[in-house]
Design a protein. Structure first.
Length: 238
């Protein structure tokens, strides 16, 4: 189980923040099928811009939107742990949670953030971190409007992404809730922040297709993940 920020920090974790500001937790959730260098770039961007004390990766357990065509959770969890280890030099405590993998039934983000809010308390700044592809589908998420009761939503766009692509309800939420990093850092939840500086255009879907075709992809994978994929025969078709 993840650490409550009021308990003693484990070796190697950042010191507790000054009492004048909230503890800052970033939550990087996703299928991670597989985790790639784009996820690492996303993590480093958020740690830097939001001044995170802690970053937790949460691989989806049962992905209700993607159906059965998903790599087993045990493999995705193992690959995510290998990817997160590449951030050992980051100025934040970085770790992986198996909370969704261990939870029975579909993995709903709203259930995850509700559990994290209960765990970290009402004052902690909780930021759910995502890419633009997730933002485009946000209004299809189960209970998506309730997310703001528990977390901020922070979005890093890809090159060429246009906010005009957003559907009405999500565009309206962004118009009402968009904030700068200062507000994200100093308040518990309810805001949205958009970063348009990330120059990485890489998707897990395209990467799986490349791996299935037998094309080399080590340059797109964190250290250890490529070896894990090869050793376990993942993403091979036929």
């Amino acid at each position: 189980m993840d650490r409550n920020p009021s308990s003693p920090a484990p070796a190697g974790a950042p010191e507790n923040p000054a009492p004048s500001r909230p503890y800052r937790l970033g939550i990087l959730g996703g299928t991670f099928d597989p985790p790639h260098v784009g996820h690492l770039a996303l993590a480093r961007l958020y740690i830097g811009h939001l001044g995170l004390d802690e970053l937790v990766w949460i691989p989806t357990g049962q992905s209700w939107q993607k159906g059965a065509d998903v790599t087993p959770a045990s493999d995705r969890l193992a690959m995510t742990e290998l990817a997160a280890a590449a951030l050992a030099d980051a100025p934040a405590r970085v770790h992986v949670s198996r909370m969704e993998v261990d939870r029975a039934g579909p993995s709903y983000t709203v259930d995850t953030v509700r559990q994290l809010r209960e765990q970290y308390g009402p004052a902690t700044s909780l930021a759910w971190l995502m890419g633009a592809d997730q933002l485009l589908r946000l209004d299809t998420w189960h209970g998506w409007q309730d997310l703001f009761d528990y977390v901020h939503l922070c979005v890093a766009t890809r090159p060429g992404f246009d906010l005009a692509q957003l559907d009405g309800p999500v565009r309206e939420a962004l118009g009402a809730r968009q904030a700068d990093t200062r507000l994200i850092q100093s308040t518990p939840s309810g805001r949205m922040w958009i970063d348009q500086t990330l120059a990485v255009d890489l998707s897990s879907t395209a990467l799986r297709q490349r791996l299935a075709a037998g094309a080399p992809a080590d340059d797109q994978l964190p250290p250890g993940v490529a070896n894990y994929i090869a050793a376990h025969g993942l993403y091979r078709h036929g």
